[in-house]
Design a binder for this molecule. Sequence first.
Ligand code: TXA
Ligand code: MG
Length: 315
Amino acid sequence: MHTLRLSADIDGITRAATLLRDGALVAFPTETVYGLGADATSGTAVANVYAAKGRPAFNPLIVHVASITEAKRYALWSDAADRLATLWPGPLTLVLPQAAASPLASLTTAGLNSVALRIPAHPVARALLATFGGPLAAPSANLSGRISPTTAAHVTDGLTGRINAILDGGACTVGLESTIIGLTDPDGSATLLRPGGLPQNMIEDVLDAALKTPDQTNITAPGQLASHYAPNASLRLNAAEVDPGETLLGFGQAPNATLNLSPSANLSEAAANLFDHLHQLDATGAARIAVSPIPEHGLGQAINDRLRRAAAPRG
Ligand code: TXA
Ligand code: MG
């Protein structure tokens, strides 16, 4: 399959929307990472997403929508959903009970009676959703188990020849996947299913309640599988010093670092650089990467979560 490279102007976006209507797969930029988009109401298109990614078919996809009005067509709404939706558009995904009359393909939600919804903030994603005029299922646009893409070049590396087009909107500003909040508990409580680009404290402020964390033995977000974000190299975290044979991925003061997530120890900058730097170090053929300690607060929680997964044993 030839993979078209589309520029993120009106022509490119119109072309991308037409392709999507025809059931094609189009990678597009969001503020978090690039998504591999498909018409969420088409079982065939969604099946092609799983195939292109080589992704286990039980993994449900995030449905991207243009507005809260549209989100309500697919999900049962609640007070907590109302509160959290004030944080949209942005790096936040809500898992809600699916509406009885939902037109989503069952494969989109992997047969679950819940649905993950997000309104992205990226102007190209929003223009694409508006032009397409429907829901887009979109996992991160990488091969299953590999690092999420934060540039069009990353998408090309993993998926060229496997998808129809890539809409090039430059580098993603957040650089971490969305925070996923589960709102399916009958008691109305909210659960942090995946830390991500929107810090936990901002969500708790809006909810005026603490988030629950999921029972680790009951994986409700299959993307949480330990080795999900693995680069080729092995990773050693919280490395105070770099050992012989290791390449250092720094954070803050790290004179020996080959790359530094943020020399000024800024967590937003580190998040935006995380996947790109892992890609770059992988491309050098580094066998062992040591990573400087990263504080476990704010976006640091999500960064460390991804790094722990990347460091987990494979297989
Ligand atoms: O920032 C992001 O979230 C990016 C961009 C493209 O939007 N997307 C992304 O998608 O990271 P993906 O497929 O790589 O991760 C989706 C996560 C998975 O962990 C999946 O298990 C979870 O969302 N998920 C989707 N639907 C769910 C549901 N109904 N219940 C529980 N978890 C769900
Ligand atoms: Mg992913």
